[in-house]
Design a protein around this ligand. Sequence first.
Ligand code: PLP
Length: 419
Amino acid sequence: MTVPTTTRLTRADCEAMDAADPLGRFRAEFALPEGVIYLDGNSLGALPRRVSQRMRTAVDEEWGRGLIRSWNDADWYKAPQRAGAAIARLVGADEDEVIVCDSTSVNLYKVLMGALRMQAGRRVIVSERGNFPTDVYVSARVAEQTGCELRAHDPADIPAALAEAGDDLAVLHLTQVNYKTGRVHDMAALTAAAQAQGGLVIWDLAHSAGTLEVDLNGCNADFAVGCGYKYLNGGPGAPAFVFVARRHVEALWQPIAGWHGHAQPFGFAHDFAPDPGIARMLVGTAPQLSLLALEEALTVFEDVDMGALRRKGQDLGDLFIRLADQELAAHGFGIASPRDAAARGSQVSLTHPQGYAIMQAIIDRGTIGDFRAPDILRFGFAGLYVSHADVWDAVATLRDVMESGAWDTAGYRAVKAVT
Ligand SMILES: Cc1ncc(COP(=O)(O)O)c(C=O)c1O
């Protein structure tokens, strides 16, 4: 439902939007604590109820009783492929082009090294200034290891940077949704622009998978990576995923040759021979319990219309911005995210010089977002479990802590290890 732009909004308006929400029924799938408004699903997704039950079975029955037999009897062994196939549906890929393994950082290393190997004679990696640090660190280190040059640009300058790199362009590596601002890149246009120069393209979908309508094959993407623990709700430290377009799989040299990526892991051959398919992206034994949790969490998406989910993420963001304008104007907040919903993922970031303490104060009152230095308060709108009334209540809490000055304590200013 589109957020009205003319009238002053009330909580009753938000309740009416919830009553008309086609995705409202999914909230019951999640075990959110009473009184908590959870706006941090862009960092750690909420717990799907069915995962609790699955974990009890996995631990007590499959591990406890089945012991090592469960690799076969409970088919633990193929969980990376099964979870990959479930994610493939959400990101516009074929089932055998995605597999779940390792972390996003490690998967990025694997596809970047592999892509550069396909691009002999080309030495420029183009990326974005302001990309998530792990993306920058991994690509800078890969550039060092391969004698390539990493060029990081502001988003608006990327098309020109691709043209300038020309015949030297090896790889364009971008995160589709920026972690701080929520700004979305045009995947189709940038993929085409890089490929027009002969480049290969790697997308980080950490803040896209499970909330945007991603169409990797529709955009002719070459490679992608992304997290299992954000909008996919796989749980803390859930393994990540990696996409390799079918046209590249057979030729892809994977730099971390491990036994699970071998064509016959239980042949125990001395020499490495990669699996002919996507399983070559595997390295070693999976964190099996986390993988099973993610696999179960993904079943929630089986009857989710991703178009409706994308629209709800946009609507909740629009509503939050409307209410921030309406309720918080006197309190010195800025908006770091695009106001245009089409240019924004499912998050809105506010700025405030006292952002850290303000965030701690609202978390203490049950509204959970997070903080990114130096001044960003992030609010994620996971459409499966966030309601329009939640957005109203979150903004009301923000207004209360600002009007009362309740944020201004030494306790709220004391910075914790994880922000
Ligand atoms: C854009 C992006 N890429 C990668 C990561 C990190 O992934 P991992 O910890 O699985 O390596 C994050 C984490 O928040 C992220 O936001």
